[in-house]
Design a protein around this ligand. Structure first.
Ligand SMILES: Cc1cc2nc3c(=O)[nH]c(=O)nc-3n(C[C@H](O)[C@H](O)[C@H](O)COP(=O)(O)OP(=O)(O)OC[C@H]3O[C@@H](n4cnc5c(N)ncnc54)[C@H](O)[C@@H]3O)c2cc1C
Length: 302
C-alpha cells in the first residue's frame, strides 16, 4: 500500500506535534508517526513551559493530540523503521507493507539518555534524580543536592547547582580524576567532594533519601543531578546521511533545514537547547519553513 502526503512527521513529542499543528493549519496533508517514547516520560511534571508549568508530560501530549484533531492530521502510533530520499520524494516504511511517500520529511525523533550505572537509580529517575537543572532545579532548591560525575564533566554541573542550593556535593563514584586545581576551585565555591565508590542510592516513593557508599557510610541527600550521555532515539537521520555535531545531534540551519533537500529536523534531535518549549518552537519554525517551501514549489511562475 502506498500513500502520498505533503509532509511526513516522524516523532510525536512537542516538536512533532507543534509542527503538525502549523502544517495542519496551513491545510497540508500530513501524517505523523509516533512510537510513544517521549524523552521526559519518566517525569510526572513538565516545568518551565509558560501556561503549562508543572503539567504532567503525558497530559500535555494527550492535549496536543486532541488539539490536532480539527486540522485533520493523521496520527499513527507505530515506529518508522526506514526512510529514504530520491528525486524529491521521501519514502517511509512503517512495516507490515505500509509505505508512505511525501514531498517533505520532518524528523522530530528526540534523544534518549543513559543513566549512571548505580543500583536503585532508575526508580528515582525523573522524580528526584535529574539531568537538567532548568527542568528540575527549582523543585530541588535548598535540598542537599548530590551531583554524580565520574569524570571532569561533574565539576561544571556541581558549580552550576550552587544557584539552586548552598548544599552541593560532587560524587565521583570511586574515580579520582580531579586534580588539585579542581579541588581548590570546588572548595572555593563551597562544593563538597566525595570520591568514595557508591554502592547504591536509596529512597521512598521516588524521592532520594541517601547515597550508600561501598565503605558502608550513608550520606543523606535530597536530589541527584548528573550529566549523562545522550544518543539519538532513532537512526533515521543516519540512514538519510544527515550531518551530526560532535555532541551527536543533527546539524540544522536557521529554520531547522538539514543537509538533504526537503528534510527538516526539530526538537532534541537537532542542535539547540533541550527543553520542551524550545522543541515546540523548533517544530513551529520547521512547520512554517516547510509550508513556505511547498508554496514556492507550487506557485505558477511568470
Ligand atoms: C526525565 C526528564 C525530565 C524532563 N523534564 C523537562 C521539563 O520539566 N521541562 C522541559 O522543558 N524539558 C524537560 N525535559 C526535556 C524534554 O523531555 C525534551 O526537551 C523534549 O521532550 C524534546 O521534545 P522532542 O519532541 O524533540 O522529543 P521527544 O519528546 O523525546 O519525542 C520524540 C518522539 O519521537 C518518537 N520516535 C522516536 N523514533 C521514532 C521512530 N523511528 N518512529 C516513530 N516515532 C519515533 C518517540 O517515541 C517520541 O514520542 C526532560 C527530559 C527528561 C529526560
Amino acid at each position: 500500500m502506498k500513500e502520498q502526503y505533503d509532509v511526513i512527521i516522524i516523532g510525536g513529542g512537542p516538536a512533532g506535534l507543534n509542527a503538525a499543528m502549523i502544517l495542519g493549519r496551513s491545510r497540508r496533508k500530513v501524517i505523523l508517526f509516533d512510537s510513544g517514547k517521549p524523552r521526559n516520560r519518566w517525569s510526572t511534571s513538565m516545568n518551565g513551559f509558560l501556561s503549562s508549568d508543572g503539567v504532567n508530560p503525558a497530559d500535555f501530549i494527550r492535549k496536543g493530540r486532541e488539539e490536532l484533531q480539527k486540522y485533520g492530521i493523521q496520527i499513527v502510533d507505530h515506529p518508522v523503521s526506514t526512510a529514504t530520499y530520491s528525486k524529491g520524494i521521501y519514502v517511509v516504511d512503517a512495516g507490515e507493507g505500509h509505505v508512505y511517500h511525501s514531498r517533505k520529511l520532518l524528523l522530530a525523533t528526540g534523544l534518549k539518555d543513559t543513566l549512571p550505572e548505580v543500583e536503585g537509580i532508575e526508580e528515582l529517575y525523573g522524580k528526584s534524580v535529574h539531568h537538567c537543572p532548568y527542568c528540575d532545579g527549582w523543585e530541588s532548591r535548598d535540598k542537599a543536592i548530590a551531583v554524580y560525575g565520574k569524570d571532569r564533566s561533574g565539576i561544571g554541573q556541581a558549580l552550576a547547582m550552587k544557584s539552586w542550593s548552598d548544599d552541593v556535593t560532587l560524587y565521583t563514584d570511586g574515580t579520582r580524576k580531579l586534580n588539585n586545581k579542581d579541588m581548590e576551585l570546588l572548595k572555593l565555591n563551597g562544593v563538597k567532594v566525595c570520591t568514595e565508590a557508591i554502592a547504591r542510592v536509596e529512597g521512598e516513593n521516588g524521592m532520594l533519601q541517601q547515597i550508600v557508599l561501598r565503605n558502608g557510610q550513608s550520606k543523606p541527600q535530597g536530589a541527584l543531578f548528573f550529566s549523562g550521555e545522550t544518543n539519538q532515539q532513532s537512526d533515521i537521520g543516519k540512514q538519510l546521511g544527515c550531518e551530526f555535531t560532535g555532541k551527536g545531534v543533527i546539524k540544522t540551519r536557521r529554520l531547522q533545514q538539514a543537509n538533504i533537500p526537503g528534510l527538516y529536523v526539530a526538537g532534541d534531535a537537532a542542535r539547540d537547547m533541550q527543553l520542551v518549549i524550545v522543541a515546540a518552537a523548533e517544530g513551529a519554525k520547521a512547520g512554517v519553513a516547510i509550508n513556505m517551501e511547498l508554496q514556492q514549489e507550487d506557485r505558477v511562475k511568470l
